[in-house]
Design a protein. Structure first.
Ligand code: FAD
Length: 475
């Protein structure tokens, strides 16, 4: 019997600290990687060119890493439930291994692939890798999934976490004859993002791949993590890790990240620094919380968690939505953030909250429009985190209290007091007084001169309007 194990990569685009891949290597010296370009994902209408560019970059490095370890990463294009069993059968693979995912589409797809492989007599094995604690491992006293973050964090942070696992090395790949068979079974050369119809030419916040992610983690741990508590909310400062895309695609293992934080924590003597490290750990827990929520409540992906919100009387004004997308609302902090998103494929977390509140509570537009627009732009776009962030901002999610309405001017004054972030992203406002920028109260004559729009809505009136509708919906 063949000893070949195929390892199917999905959101674990690395050879180090990869539980499923490491286990495959323990079982056999003959392990070959596969990645399947799935049209059901790549041809959806919410794909961000920046995200595809990051993905392809990660795959390029993964191919090199496989080669260095002695094997190959094979690329397929097509429905995984067809393409993978055809390849596995033609190579007479003993088994296909992969790491599990929480998303509803991924779960249905995986079941189809599993069934198709089983029909051909090929074994499958699955592992939890992308989370420090798999769904079902962190439950309330009555064995229910958590719906509120704080008690989830308390429980999650107490549980012992695994250390990073051994990287793939010294492994055997396909011989020439097997490569010919694989080609007949559908493997292709890795396409570029452009070949797939996606063009993104601006620099990404983080270069794709395992090396860049590890370097970024190291740099962050030497610098910004120490002031994270103080600086994480200041969008003009490079004060956060920018590891979100690496974590979404698994260019870095979550155990590697966690271990780095533990070492820092243990070696630090300052309470302030320790607090900063813990605050960052809490962000990693938010990531896990939203993934657990998506796993247990997959209906989140389709709409508001709270039923009453299904009937919410949104205005859904197309022109206002367009102005929001383009960063032309006349609210400088909102526009700066939307322009950062459009130009870089990334947006600072504080600003994600500000623009989400503005879309839902000032423009009274359905949060799902914003959720989709974010997915069309973000290079770290991730169903669980994005949906969680939007439902939190719209107050339609599991934990709606308190009703959060952000005042753009107060947010600017607090988090961008010198107007630095606004000036960076809205160059036409560069020479205006800071007071104008952060209060948003810019005289009409100045607005005309700069070619910048008047505010498209009145914040005070609109938030009162939202509150009224919210009260009615809540009954
Ligand atoms: P850091 O501050 O360094 O945080 C470290 C890591 O923790 C992040 O990389 C991320 O993996 C995780 N994390 C941090 N905050 C959150 C959070 N609130 N929810 C879930 N995970 C978190 N994050 C995404 O990864 N993808 C998304 O599509 C996404 N959409 C969002 C939409 C809205 C409306 C909001 C309010 C937040 C969204 N977030 C999303 C969460 C957060 O904004 C980003 O994770 C963060 O800005 C990424 O930058 P960073 O890597 O420098 O974060």
């Amino acid at each position: 019997m063949s000893d070949l194990i195929l390892f199917w990569h999905r959101r674990d685009l690395r050879i180090s600290d990869n539980i499923g891949l490491s286990t495959a290597r323990q079982r056999s010296p003959h392990v070959v990687g596969i990645f399947c370009l799935d049209p059901d994902i790549l041809e959806k209408d919410d794909v961000a060119p920046a995200r595809v560019t990051y993905l392809i970059g990660c795959l390029q490095e993964l191919q090199q890493n496989y080669q260095q370890a002695g094997s190959q990463l094979l690329i397929l294009k097509g429905k995984p439930s067809q393409a993978i069993p055809i390849l596995a059968e033609s190579l007479k693979a003993q088994a296909v291994f992969w790491n599990l995912d929480v998303e509803p589409y991924a779960q249905t797809r995986d079941e189809q692939v599993s069934n198709a492989l089983q029909e051909k007599g090929i074994a499958t094995e699955k592992f939890w890798d992308q989370l420090l604690h798999a769904p079902g491992k962190i439950l309330t006293l009555s064995k229910e999934p958590y719906k509120v973050y704080t008690p989830f964090w308390r429980n999650w942070s107490q549980e012992l976490k695994k250390s990073p696992v051994q990287a793939l090395e010294d492994v055997q790949g396909l011989n020439q004859q097997q490569i010919s068979l694989a080609k007949e079974a559908g493997i292709i050369d890795l396409p570029t993002a452009k070949d797939l119809g996606y063009l993104w030419e601006n620099p990404l916040m983080l270069n794709p791949g395992e090396t860049a992610a590890k370097e970024r983690l190291q740099e962050f741990c030497k610098t910004s993590i120490n002031n994270y508590q103080e600086q994480r909310d200041l969008p003009a400062i490079d004060g956060t890790s920018r590891l979100s895309a690496a974590l979404k695609f698994g260019a870095i293992g979550i155990r590697t990240v966690w271990q780095a934080t533990l070492e820092l924590y243990e070696n630090s003597r300052s309470d302030e620094v320790r607090e900063s490290i813990q605050t960052w750990q809490q962000e990693l827990a938010w990531r896990e919380f939203y993934q657990h929520c998506m796993y247990f409540f997959p209906e989140l992906a389709d709409g508001p968690y709270r039923k009453e919100f299904r009937e919410f009387p949104w205005d859904n004004d197309e022109d206002l939505f367009q102005a929001w997308c383009e960063g032309k609302t006349g609210y400088p902090i909102v526009d700066a953030a939307m322009r950062q998103l459009n130009e870089t494929g990334w947006m600072h977390n504080r600003c994600r909250m500000i623009v989400a509140s503005f879309l839902t509570k000032d423009l009274i537009i359905n949060w799902q429009w914003g959720e989709k627009y974010f997915m069309q732009k973000l290079y770290d776009g991730d169903l669980s985190a994005n949906n969680g962030g939007w439902q939190w901002s719209a107050s339609s999610g599991m934990d709606p209290k308190p009703l959060r309405i952000f005042n753009p001017a107060s947010q600017s004054q607090k988090y961008d007091p010198d107007g630095e972030y606004i000036r960076q992203w809205i160059p036409e406002l560069k020479s205006l007084d800071t007071e104008y920028l952060v209060t948003g109260k810019i005289p009409t004559s100045e607005l005309r001169q700069c070619g910048y729009p008047e505010p498209i809505v009145d914040h005070k009136k609109r938030q009162a309007e939202f509150k009224q509708r919210y009260k009615e919906v809540k009954g």
